[in-house]
Ligand binder design. Structure first.
Ligand SMILES: *[C@@H]1O[C@H](CO)[C@@H](O)[C@H](O)[C@H]1NC(C)=O
Ligand SMILES: *[C@@H]1O[C@H](CO)[C@@H](O)[C@H](O)[C@H]1NC(C)=O
Length: 459
């Protein structure tokens, strides 16, 4: 009997694993982007986007019975991760109707709350695809990336994020052949928080030790996390903004367990393989309170669309150099605006260098995990390898986004260095509040361009 079973599994083995569901077709919404060589010299490329697998209907391979409902796994279909990945499939997405994701030309709009036929959807996370089965890998060392953004409909507590992570181009199918779904179904996510809420990691379900979230009806956490280096070009709402570099000591996407995940709940935040805090540049936190916000009193008026340009400068200004500086420029109403100087620890900065990171960490009394995990040198290597573009909209079930737009942490005086990050009240940003008060919130990303430094700027 044992032998028969083994033979059967060996025969079927190639077809088993985190499967593809066929109840709904998967049609990737198109999104055009531009590759530039110099100002005014840009070529349009037809790319597309794909929804992360975590948002998808997860059901038995042949049929419609759920493997996962709300924030719980079906423990008979999913007694362990390997069996679950054999039994369960990820299905195609109705981008507009279920998830509130709209693409048109070069523009992508993400709605916050969408009441669909089967569920209420909150936010989304999407990746840019190069082909139907591979993410586009951006190599941005000694290069720049720009996009337009409309944050006018993002109140306190929401975060419209555009960032890069070191995912596998194929979503993990070649390293983990039990993952049959791959990039076509948005698998393989990782970031520097080593999130435990991914339903599938490394071709297995993350159903072991699954804890349903006490305050999120759609989410929970499993035994494993999924870690990788992350460059947050953009995390913002209409009140506050930050760009943040996070590095990990691991190369590429890596599943973590135990201390390596750096779990806050176990008091191990600073013991994992990734720098969870990151090195952030938030003008408000750095003392510049009139740079970014709603209305004409701010240098960047968040009631109107603007362009965000991020430059990854190397120490010798060539492709062979090491990343030395991450610079930001802005364009609004045709005017190019440099990031303003801020003073921290007695020094002046307007960009993210290792010196800036070290100085800010010391001045704010923060643990310098960025430097400990390798700093700009490590990020430089990852930028050389290539990273996947993520665009998302989310609310924060852990700390109500206070780290971005209010005072944080709450046990420190708001006047202590680095605590005030924006003007949102400390009572703002509770998911239950923002989801009921601002269901129509949205973010729009458009006109994505990339190329050598200076090439995406106006002629
Ligand atoms: C700009 O700031 C001034 C002075 O604080 C204030 O009176 C005015 O209402 C502000 N204007 C806008 C558009 O917010
Ligand atoms: C910013 O600071 C640098 C270095 O201190 C200085 O050279 C530069 O002129 C300053 N820029 C502005 C706009 O004040």
């Amino acid at each position: 009997m044992k032998i028969v079973t083994l033979v059967l599994f060996a025969l079927l083995g190639y077809a088993l694993g985190q499967q593809i569901g066929t109840n709904a077709p998967e049609n990737h919404p198109p999104l055009s982007i531009q590759s530039c060589t110099s100002p005014g010299q840009c070529q349009t490329q037809q790319a597309s986007i794909v929804l992360d697998s975590n948002w998808r209907w997860t059901h038995i391979v042949s049929g419609t019975q759920n493997c996962y409902t709300g924030n719980k796994w079906d423990t008979s279909l999913c007694p362990d991760g390997v069996t679950c990945a054999k039994n369960c499939a990820l299905d195609g997405a109705d981008y507009q109707g279920t998830y509130g994701v709209f693409s048109s030309g070069s523009s992508l709009k993400l709605n916050f709350v969408t009441h669909g036929p089967y569920s209420s959807n909150i936010g989304s996370r999407l990746y840019l695809l190069e082909s139907d089965s591979e993410y586009k890998m951006f190599k941005l060392k000694n290069a720049e990336f720009s996009f337009d953004v409309d944050v006018s409909k993002l109140p306190c507590g929401l975060n419209g994020a555009l960032y890069f992570v070191e995912m596998d181009a194929d979503g993990g199918t070649s390293r983990f052949p039990t993952n049959k779904a791959g990039a076509k179904y948005g698998t393989g996510y990782c970031d520097a928080q080593c999130p435990h809420d991914l339903k599938f990691i490394n071709g297995e379900a993350n159903c072991e030790d699954w804890d349903s979230s006490p305050n999120d009806p759609n989410s929970g956490t499993g035994k494993y996390g999924t870690c990788c280096t992350e460059m947050d070009i953009w995390e913002s709402n209409s009140i506050s903004t930050a760009y943040t570099a996070h590095v990990c000591t691991v190369n590429g996407q890596r599943r973590c367990e135990g201390k390596d995940c750096g779990d806050d709940s176990k008091g191990q935040r600073h013991d994992g393989v990734c720098d969870k805090d990151g090195c952030d540049f938030n003008p408000y936190r750095l003392g510049d309170h009139t740079f970014f916000g709603p209305g004409s009193n701010f240098t960047i008026d968040t009631t109107q669309v603007f362009t965000v340009v991020t430059q990854f400068v190397t120490n010798d200004n060539t492709d062979n150099g090491v990343l030395s500086e991450i610079r930001r420029q802005w364009i609004q109403n045709g005017k190019v605006i440099m990031s303003r100087n801020v003073t921290v620890g007695g020094k002046t900065f307007n960009s993210v260098t290792d010196d800036f990171c070290n100085t800010q960490k010391t001045a704010f009394g923060d643990s310098n995990d960025y430097e400990k995990r390798g700093g700009h040198k490590k990020l430089s290597e990852v930028l050389d390898q290539g990273m996947v573009l993520v665009m998302s909209l989310w609310d924060d079930h852990a700390v109500n986004m206070l780290w971005l737009d209010s005072d944080y942490p709450l046990d420190k005086s708001p006047s202590a260095p680095g605590v005030a990050r924006g003007t949102c009240p400390t009572s703002s940003g509770k998911p239950s509040d923002v989801e009921s008060k601002y269901p129509d919130a949205s973010v729009t990303y458009s006109n994505i361009k990339y190329g050598p430094i200076g090439s995406t700027m106006p002629k």
